[in-house]
Design a protein around this ligand. Structure first.
Ligand SMILES: [Zn+2]
Length: 110
């Protein structure tokens, strides 16, 4: 995976730049009463649609739908995206590093 060069003035407008700058994204259903939501795996998404693909909500929306609403026969395209710095505990990548980190956490808790 090749991350893009960061240029200034800073404009975080592609999946690659988002990753390079330590951002993460989640997708949420905006249908009232359905609070389905999920973190996006930006690495997997970038591999599929390209790291230079726009990270704007309207450009990503065609790739997503709400599976809960689809199953219930409701409009499944009422989705929104949330962008934030990568801070979640469960965001370590690759998986081996996450397992190693949890191992350390466990040993400290003893
Ligand atoms: Zn939904």
């Amino acid at each position: 995976m090749k991350l893009p060069e960061i240029t200034y003035p800073l404009k975080i407008d592609t999946i690659g730049k988002l990753l390079a700058l330590g951002g993460e994204m989640s997708v949420h259903c905006r249908t009232t009463g359905c609070d389905h939501g999920s973190r996006l795996n930006l690495v997997a998404l970038g591999r599929r649609i390209g790291f230079d693909h726009s990270s704007k909500a309207q450009d990503l929306a065609p790739y997503f739908y709400c599976p809960k609403c689809r199953a219930a026969g409701r409009d499944d395209k009422r989705i929104g995206f949330i962008l934030r710095p990568l801070t979640s505990d469960h965001c370590e990548w690759p998986r081996e590093r996450e397992l190693w980190r949890q191992e350390i956490k466990r040993s400290r808790a003893k």
